[in-house]
Design a protein around this ligand. Structure first.
Ligand code: CMC
Length: 428
């Protein structure tokens, strides 16, 4: 381990401090670089840049390790519940029994939406994508909760965080109900967080909804697997939006917008659509060839990751969960056979081996969600629901950091140099 690195820039010798985290690569502290050399660093896509320090989540992409507050994701997915993981991410520790009861109670007491928000839904087209609705409705929450708008008060921040975690299932379920023309279902506080979400999504007022425990457990595990993922695009968006002191609900709406893209949260929807399009195992080689063709924009959705250059540990749990859910529901989906065969073929292909492209969390999640009964358009909304706790945990961490500054990247300008204005009549 070194304390500093030497850099010769603009004719000056600089000693740049090296900072060490509790685990993971050291980072070079370049905060004084511009002041001392008049130069910036250039790193589009942040492939070599840490934008903050954080004590929430650790990823070792080469080894396929994902830890939340130190706990491996595999152990959390197997032994914990989403409510416990929410407490862990938000408060730093797994809850005691009393703390868990209190936390779950608090969350369950914030699940209802203001009645006026129901009218807000009616402004959307019936065929609106649920992510469009989620962006709009979550942003609109900022107009309803003035009592949690003072972000300098830790207690108000926590109330806003609890509200967001609690209301997100209601908001997502209502987006679904609206799209199929069914009445909105009220939350039921005697159900678990996940059971309640299933009830609000698949229940109807005319019948008593019975939660299937295998589906409930699978869904809860999917929520755990998506709860946080350090400084990914949507989390960085939430941090950047929040760094200006913006309203928390508006910041989370910004995160939802970022998550929607097919390179990020939208990949689960795109992956299942791709598996359906492939349809049969004999057509896989054609799609693998397309993914390898530089002149074809097609990529294998659910494959590859900016950080994981090994099997995504979340994909391992997902693959086990698919078998459980399909078995329990008695679903035989040919898409699962296509997924298994595609994974096998891609992982033995030199292109994918050399580029270290492995299945990511989204490769199998679509198969499970589809078996449970969700339409593909809901997949990313479920990701947003689960990631909300990560977003609010990271937002809280940022706001409470005494060194926090507004996020303001610099640029390498390549446009015209200064020139004089030309009146319209003189332009050719
Ligand atoms: N299929 C075919 N080739 C790929 C794929 C893929 N899925 N992913 C990356 N590559 C190739 C890419 O063409 C490039 O090749 P070359 O070096 O010859 O130009 C090389 O691998 C590196 O790719 P990159 O785009 O520079 O890598 P990145 O770190 O910028 O992108 C990624 C990461 C996730 C956007 C990308 O792998 C991808 O588009 N995957 C498909 C979408 C997907 O599944 N996204 C979900 C990510 S996990 C959920 C989440 O965290 O949001």
């Amino acid at each position: 381990m070194t304390d500093s690195v030497k850099l010769n820039a603009a004719g000056k010798d600089l000693d740049l401090k090296v900072l060490s985290g509790s685990v993971g690569p050291d980072v070079i502290d370049i905060r004084k670089l511009y002041a001392q050399t008049g130069m910036f660093t250039y790193d589009p896509g942040f492939t070599s840049t840490a934008s903050c320090d954080s004590a929430i989540t650790y990823i070792d992409g080469d080894e396929g390790v994902l830890l939340h507050r130190g706990y491996p994701i595999g152990q959390l997915a197997e032994k914990s519940t989403f409510m416990e993981v929410c407490h862990l991410l938000l408060n730093g520790e797994l809850p005691t029994k009393d703390e868990l009861d209190k936390f779950s109670y608090t969350i369950s007491r914030h699940t209802m939406l203001h009645e006026q928000l129901a009218t807000f839904y009616r402004g959307f087209r019936r065929d609106a994508h649920p992510m469009a609705i989620m962006c709009g409705v979550v942003g609109a929450l900022s107009a309803f909760y003035q009592d949690s708008a003072d972000i300098t008060d830790p207690q108000q921040r926590m109330i806003a965080s609890h509200r967001l975690i609690a209301k997100m299932p209601t908001i997502a379920a209502m987006a679904y109900k609206y799209s199929i023309g069914q009445p909105f279902m009220s939350p039921k506080n005697n159900l678990s967080y996940t059971g309640n979400f299933l009830q609000m999504t698949f229940g109807v007022p005319a019948e008593e909804y019975v939660v299937n425990p295998v589906v409930e457990r699978a869904m809860d595990r999917i929520f755990i697997l998506h709860a946080d993922h350090e400084q990914n695009a949507s989390t960085s968006t939430v941090r950047l939006a929040g760094s200006s002191g913006a309203n928390p609900f508006a910041c989370i709406a910004a995160g939802i917008a970022c998550l929607w893209g097919p390179a990020h949260g939208g990949a689960n929807e795109a992956a299942l659509n791709m598996l359906r399009e492939i349809g049969t195992v004999d057509r896989i080689p054609e799609y693998i060839a397309r993914a390898k063709d530089k002149n074809d924009p097609f990529r294998l959705m659910g494959f590859g990751h900016r950080v994981y250059k090994n099997y995504d540990p979340r994909a391992t749990v997902m693959q086990q969960t698919v078998r459980e859910v399909l078995g329990e529901l008695g679903v035989t989906d040919p898409v699962f056979d296509v997924a298994i065969a595609l994974e096998e073929m891609a992982l033995s292909d030199p292109y994918f081996i050399e580029k270290k492209l492995f299945p990511n969390v989204d490769f199998y999640s679509g198969v499970i969600l589809s078996a449970i009964g969700f339409p593909t358009t809901m997949f990313t909304a479920l990701f947003a629901l689960a990631r909300t706790v990560g977003w609010v945990a990271q937002w809280n961490e940022m706001i409470s950091d005494p060194e926090q500054k507004i996020g303001r990247p610099r640029q390498l300008y390549t446009g015209p140099t200064q020139r004089d204005f030309v009146p319209l009549a003189d332009r050719t």
